[in-house]
Design a protein around this ligand. Structure first.
Ligand code: F0G
Length: 469
């Protein structure tokens, strides 16, 4: 009998295991090939339009899909559902102040609620907003507020094969060139994300944020952080940046945030809740403006669209999210899936980032044009093979240029396998890897898609496609 290797032995390391055990389970359903064919056709070949009942392993997103702990569920019973001044809001405010270090906190229903507030408060029509690669909802809120987004990420971020350890860094030369061209007074703020979702979950170094702080101080520009996956960013600093190996994730997180003027947060990711968000800032003028705007769009400034129980679960989630063992096992699981794919030479974005494996759809399907939507095609193929749900992060997600109306063709044409936190096992990852391999073995037979319906905003959520003949 041949020897069976553990995953750790297979990849030359001691095995790791999650720092939790499972207390409650949710059944999931395997479908037949015929059922999947019908479902994806009805969904217009867009995985966002599938019914979750028809999905086997759901890697659409890590947003709001985490499993809460027993402590968080216990916290749900402590909701103070007062309209104003809920006890849970003060717990949330204290947790953000303690772990992220900002002075003022405005609660929102999720990340894009906070993006709307900061964009409206800080962007004047015609202002530039430089950032380390766009994120879909972030850029749209900046544009709707009259801003012009300018990508100032380092070139390596656009290269799926570059092994740069901090592919999320901002190129200070590009930022300086923008300041020289438009003037510091026309820059609303620097929009910094840690990690960078669209680049493959790539981190920003402490050295880069420190240099950015000095740059912003010299030019009188403020800097706001998309802290959605900043805890995961802190893990990469601990692992890769000299001087940080012995610092805790919590300490690294707080130091990093300390270089910025504030942050917006989709608490549905790092913070381990199914719904929620916040905005936190250090300057009183921005706090005043956003605390006033929140009552128009979200709810009173002591609940911002969340129930009291949601704020309690979030306060507990923040504390759990910065535990070193938790972050190590979370990113360890993402890497395990990456190692399985790499051993079969399946093209993925490297180095593997924090929250997902990004399949490089251009290299997966070199015979397809980008206008055939290779990333979208691959997501549909994976679903057809096994019921695994992924999502496109390429030309469909990039949308159209508001000035010209043309498709934006990003260099990265990707399909994202996003891992929810504390939800799936190593066996689920094995099933996912084998399904990607099956799609890869079929790649030469695969044709692209044609878009037959396109909504005006954030088209990737609702666009419909049909297979090319
Ligand atoms: N910023 C980043 C980096 C994000 O990834 C997201 C959401 C948001 C802001 C907006 O937050 O969804 O709570 O309103 N990303 C999800 C994803 C949707 O699947 O990557 P939200």
């Amino acid at each position: 009998m041949s020897e069976i290797k553990t995953a750790g032995q297979q990849f030359g390391r001691r095995s790791w295991a999650e720092p939790w055990k499972i207390k409650m389970v949710e059944p999931i359903r395997m479908t037949t090939a015929e059922e999947r064919q019908r479902a994806i056709q009805e969904a217009g070949y867009n995985t966002f339009l599938l019914k979750s009942e028809d999905v086997y392993i759901d890697l659409l997103t890590d947003s709001g899909t985490s499993a809460m702990s027993d402590r968080q569920w216990a916290g749900m019973m402590l909701g103070d559902e007062a309209y104003a001044g809920s006890r849970n809001f003060y717990r949330l405010e204290a947790a953000v102040q303690q772990y992220y270090g900002y002075r003022y906190v405005v609660p929102t229903h999720q990340g894009r609620g906070a993006e709307n507030l900061i964009s409206q408060a800080c962007i004047k029509r015609g202002n530039y907003v430089p950032g380390n690669m766009y994120f879909t909802t972030t850029r749209l809120h900046q544009e709707l507020a009259g801003g012009i987004f300018e990508d100032v990420i380092i070139d390596e971020a656009h290269d799926s094969q570059s092994l740069h350890p901090f592919k999320g860094n901002i190129d200070l030369g590009k930022l300086q060139a923008l300041v020289d061209r438009v003037g510091a007074a026309n820059i609303a703020y620097v929009s910094l994300a840690g990690t960078v979702n669209m680049a493959g979950g790539q981190p920003v170094s402490m050295e880069n944020v420190r240099a950015l702080r000095a740059f912003c101080d010299r030019h009188g520009i403020r800097m706001y952080l998309d802290a959605t996956r900043m805890v995961e960013n802190a893990f990469f600093i601990q692992e890769r940046e000299p001087g940080y190996a012995d610092k805790s994730i919590a300490a690294i997180l707080k130091e990093f945030c300390g270089y910025t003027d504030g942050a917006w947060m989709s608490a549905k990711k790092d913070n381990l809740v199914n719904i929620g968000g916040w905005l936190a800032v250090n300057h009183e003028d921005v706090f005043e403006a956003t605390r006033n705007l929140v009552v128009i769009y979200e709810g009173l400034h002591t609940y911002g669209g969340m129930a009291g129980r949601d704020m309690e679960a979030l306060a507990i989630g923040i504390e759990e999210s910065v535990q070193d063992d938790h972050v190590r096992s979370r990113i360890g699981q993402v890497r395990y899936l990456g190692q399985l794919l790499e051993q079969w030479d399946i093209p993925i974005v490297k180095p593997v980032g924090g929250h997902a494996i990004f399949l490089d759809a251009r290299r997966f399907y070199p015979h397809l044009e980008q206008s055939d939507f290779p990333g979208q095609t691959l997501a549909a193929e994976l679903y057809l093979d096994s019921g695994v749900r992924a999502m496109e992060r390429g030309v469909v997600s990039a949308g159209r240029d508001p000035a010209t109306g043309d498709h934006r063709y990003p260099k990265l044409e990707l399909t994202r396998l996003t891992i929810p936190r504390r939800v799936y096992t190593q066996a689920h990852m094995d099933v996912v890897a084998e399904s990607v391999k099956a799609a890869y073995d079929q790649r030469e037979k695969t044709r692209g898609l044609e878009m037959v319906y396109e909504p005006q905003y954030l088209r990737f959520f609702q666009a419909r496609f049909t297979p090319k003949g």
